[in-house]
Design a protein around this ligand. Structure first.
Ligand code: MN
Length: 341
């Protein structure tokens, strides 16, 4: 190395402390934002676990974004366990707080906290749980608080959309192996295979501003409603042919400028990365594809988001929860970046 360059590097970096004396003003400011008041950074493995390591709050008063656990999996068709999702995601450390692509600290842009879990009257009743979720999110919406949720199985997204789409139907970016637009099954219409059909029929979800991404498997006979209602369905084979950029472009064009929700089912991803889910389907999105796709939605009018179907007991590696926490952070960063919030 050129001795002058080495001397220059020594004088600039030899005694530099983390969080001090940086040269990139954005990173200096981000460093200031992620420190605790005593100039240190909290230890990721210590303290009470919360979603994304955000502060815990007893309720959503004064918040812009509420992170909510929805530990309810009474709507599954096969393997249960997504009720353990919120706790599993809370135990994941070192996600954020700085977003390397957006160059922001989302929690410095909005007032956000983990407000705990939706209170359920009964651990046995799916119907009453759906009502409880709708009541909880209707209260959040009335207070102008944007919800960011961890399920729970996918049946939770129907009452959330009912709360958010009450005034006018919302759009949807939906990552999943399954369209989740099937009808009544075993005499029950509230299950994790049908939230988006119910939401459209209730007038709270606009099918023409809905895009479903990563669809595959053997259940197409259940998803006629997606096509009949005018949803844009990106099957996994289409995704591979199109590539991330083209799919993101299509999502932006389908959604437009209006308010929309993001719903991510863990089974949308390749089971090699996310085996901890109730209905895995081989051949899903790579983790990096999903993250890149979400980042391409930056600046759009997102008003709420979730990550669902994380059933940690099927994944002793914890990789599923790790991915779920990262997806949650991406959604948080998009909510914090919404210029219309
Ligand atoms: Mn689903």
């Amino acid at each position: 190395m050129d001795p002058t360059k080495l001397q220059d590097l020594r004088s600039r970096f030899a005694d530099r402390e983390v969080f001090k004396d940086g040269e990139d003003p954005v990173l200096v400011e981000a460093g200031r934002q992620v420190q605790s008041p005593d100039g240190k950074r909290s230890k990721p493995y210590s303290g009470m676990p919360t979603l994304l390591g955000l502060p815990a709050a007893p309720d959503a008063t004064g918040l812009d974004v509420a992170l909510v656990g929805v530990p309810m999996d009474l709507g599954v068709t096969n393997r249960p366990g997504a009720r353990f999702g919120p706790r599993a995601v809370r135990t994941i450390e070192r996600i954020g707080p700085y977003h390397g692509t957006f160059r922001t600290v989302p929690q410095a842009l909005v007032r956000a906290a983990d407000v705990g879990d939706v209170p359920f009257r009964s651990r046995y009743s799916l119907e009453r749980s759906i009502e409880d979720i709708e009541a909880y999110y209707t209260d959040l919406a009335a207070r102008g608080v944007r919800p960011l949720s961890v399920g729970g199985d996918h049946s939770i997204t129907y009452p959330i959309l009912k709360a958010l789409g009450r005034e006018s139907p919302v759009g949807l970016v939906h990552i999943d192996a399954h369209c989740d637009t099937m009808g009544t099954f075993d005499g029950c219409k509230f299950h994790h295979g049908g939230p988006f059909r119910l939401a459209v029929l209730d007038g709270v979800l606009d099918p023409e501003r809905t895009i479903q991404i990563g669809i595959r498997g053997s259940s197409n006979m259940f998803w006629e409603f997606s096509h009949a209602s005018g949803m844009t369905v990106i099957y996994m084979d289409d995704f591979l042919r199109m590539g991330v950029d083209a799919v993101a472009q299509q999502a932006r064009s389908v959604i437009g400028d209006g308010p929309f929700y993001i719903s991510i089912d863990g089974d949308g991803f390749e089971p090699a990365y996310a085996p901890g889910t109730g209905t895995p389907e081989a051949g899903g999105l790579e983790a990096r594809e999903g993250l890149s796709l979400l980042r391409a939605l930056h600046g759009m009018n997102v008003i709420g988001a979730d990550v669902v179907e994380v059933a940690p007991q099927y994944d002793p590696t914890t990789n599923t929860s790790q991915l779920a926490a990262q997806l949650l952070f991406e959604e948080f960063a998009l909510l914090a970046a919404n210029p219309r919030r």
